[in-house]
Design a protein around this ligand. Structure first.
Ligand code: ADP
Ligand code: MG
Length: 340
């Protein structure tokens, strides 16, 4: 499509900030990419023993980030959230496309954006293979492609009664960072520095997802908050769940907050991009080994229970072993809904 992005022309812009780095990456390691940026379509080689996992995420200025957000972080995060979706299915990244609407072709902004974008692209060997560029309100849409052996993708619908529920890393730091930036909570400079990357530059758990292919029955990545996201697994698997609030993994920084804030942020804070997965109790040793190999904490936070009513429910157990009442749960732990 043709569009106006003067003074820097559309094709100069693509060449300078995207194509050159993409080509360098592909020259070194083409992976499954037969043809990258420059034609009407990119071409990926498919392996008949694999399925292709495809995911898109859009980041909209004013909705997902502030208009003056650090462009290097934005470049990182735009790809990170997509890689996190691939991770949640157990897929290995193959490549991604980038559809970009820009208010103006600002070389300083583009330089920083492409730096963040290619930093994570390199880290996860996921090359940029195409996209679209147009003038318009800042909007970053990435589509990522991954591969997973036939029938090995970890779906949301596979949770079984009796499964343990696990969470990777720690939860709630992205929410705590947001609270500090909004001045809802006062954090020391050191505390903020210790956790802010968790919001701005999340780590997609790609290797964990791949390691869980033959272990997890169900998985997803936590983008909107643990409880809200876990509900998706429960709905698709027709199960209930029990979650032990005091078992939720928290950083030292979050652990310094009041108990209510700790629980609320760990249980329903969005933007952490950790994986939540369920697995049979017989897999505990294997999961402990994965945790040690990846140097990534994996914490058992609850279990899958038989569904009692027509819709799935999550029972929250407090530190004294008592289940919170449903109204308390609803009130305390609303996960973020874009149209609420
Ligand atoms: P078309 O008009 O056929 O859609 P374009 O002229 O828009 O193609 O784009 C030319 C080439 O540059 C295509 O290969 C396209 O995938 C790529 N491209 C365009 N914008 C981007 C971008 N933001 N990032 C990466 N590749 C891009
Ligand atoms: Mg185009």
């Amino acid at each position: 499509m043709q569009s106006q992005t003067s003074p820097l022309g559309e094709f100069d812009l693509i060449q300078r900030f995207f194509k050159t780095q993409s080509k360098a990456m592909l020259d070194k390691n083409p992976g499954s990419v037969i043809l990258g940026i420059g034609d009407d379509c990119a071409l990926l080689e498919t392996d008949p023993a694999e399925e292709i996992a495809i995911t898109s995420d859009m980041l909209v200025s004013g909705r997902h980030f502030f208009a003056d957000a650090n462009p290097e972080w934005l470049g990182w995060k735009a790809l990170a959230v997509n890689l996190s979706d691939l991770a949640a299915m157990g897929a290995k990244p193959l490549g991604f496309t980038l559809a970009l609407a820009l208010p103006k072709a600002d070389p300083v902004w583009l330089e920083a954006f492409s730096k963040g974008l290619f930093a994570i692209a390199h880290q996860y060997s996921c090359p940029l293979i195409g996209g679209d560029t147009t003038a318009g309100p800042l909007n970053i849409c990435i589509t990522a492609f991954g591969s997973v052996p036939r029938e090995k993708a970890i779906r949301r619908s596979g949770a079984l009664e009796g499964d343990d529920i696990w969470a990777s890393g720690c939860l709630g730091d992205a929410r705590l960072t947001l609270a500090a930036l909004r001045h809802e909570i006062k954090l020391s400079k050191n505390d903020l520095e210790a956790i802010e990357a968790r919001m701005h530059q999340p780590t997609p758990r790609v290797n964990l997802g791949i390691a869980l292919r033959n272990i997890a029955n169900a998985a997803l990545d936590i983008s909107d908050g643990l409880l809200g996201d876990l509900k998706h697994i429960l709905k698709q698997s027709n199960q209930d769940a029990e979650i032990f609030l005091d078992q939720l993994p928290k950083s030292a920084t979050l652990s310094n907050q009041s108990m209510d804030i700790q629980n609320q942020y760990a249980a329903s804070g969005g933007d952490d991009y950790e994986l939540c997965f369920t697995a049979p109790t017989s897999k505990r040793d294997e999961i402990a080994k994965i945790s040690a190999d990846l140097k990534l904490p994996l914490t058992q936070i609850g279990s899958i229970k038989r569904m009692q009513k027509s819709t799935p429910e999550i029972k929250l157990i407090n530190s004294t072993g008592v289940a919170l009442k449903q109204e308390q749960v609803n009130q305390l732990f609303q996960s973020f809904d874009h149209f609420a």
